[in-house]
Design a protein around this ligand. Sequence first.
Ligand SMILES: *Cc1c(COP(=O)(O)O)cnc(C)c1O
Length: 355
Amino acid sequence: MSAPYALSSLKENLNRFPRVPLVHGPTPFYKLEALSEWLGGPSIYVKRDDLTGMAMGGNKSRKLEYILADARRAGADTILTWGGRQSNWCLQTAASSRMIGLDPVLVLFGLGDIERDGNLFLDTVLQADIRFVEGVKGKVIKPAEALEILNPIADQLRAQGRRPYVVPVGGSWLAGDMTKPLGAVAYVAAYAEMLAQADAAGIEVGHVVHATGSGGTQAGLVVGAKALAPHCKVTGVSVSDPAVSFSREVLTIAAQTDEFLELGLGIAAGDITVEDAHIGEGYGILNKATSEALQAVFMREGLVLDPVYTAKAMAGLIDFVRAGTLSSDKAVVFFHTGGTPALFPYRDQLLAFLS
Ligand SMILES: *Cc1c(COP(=O)(O)O)cnc(C)c1O
């Protein structure tokens, strides 16, 4: 199968869009030698998007480069978004907004006592305007529901003479003021960046595995793969939603991205693979397999995963190798999407599973 696009022409396409520089890239790409040997399957490589550089890193910095450029274009002076109390997205948004002189307003969903730890600690240090709202255990709040709370806040801010730009959690869906799939566009570019590194290392990538949450990362990687390397399969390991409904959401974003970039790839349901065996009891709830995956990789590679996203994805990858579902003649790339600051607030849950 030859690729519809050359790397250089896709890059030219992507370079049309303005960005606020936030990412110190390209992020590292290398083989996880000890993990590959331990599992005895295909060679496993890691793409270190936990090392994007800003505010302890993660996939959201790539997305915000494009999204904040759009907010600037719209003349915004305030960024209004939502997430859970330990939202990596909210921290990344608050930090990058501050960097360019925009005021961050965060609506944080959660339950129980408020502990200023991890991401929430850093949000507080950044003096983000934080509004705490009651959440639902194990669930990510979707745009329709969240906007019922955010729209009145946006109205209040406007009444005070501010110019808010409302952006959905994760920067994936078209919602609020985000009318272009800019978060996913960032991950088309990330796929291209990874492919250039793989080419330089002389390896062929057969499979990409990563954590999927709001779907923009997966949508972008799928579009990138279909444009540049159609034999490469992308599997998103869901951290919250069942595969059937979530695949549809990823498909929507991927199709929007294909159209926005005028690639004409014709993304279809068969291009989207979401695996949902590692959700456990829901978003942000740890289980034994996830905790053990985090420990196993840390002990072998010195690589720190996070409890909410990347350790669940790694538990998935380990299962795929053990089940023999990944072919051994091509490399597997694990996208480490970040989440490091959320590790510490989970210390008690994690230690309970590891004792
Ligand atoms: C947000 C996030 C993801 C998921 O990315 P989406 O584009 O929302 O699917 C994965 N890993 C980490 C650490 C994240 O913060």
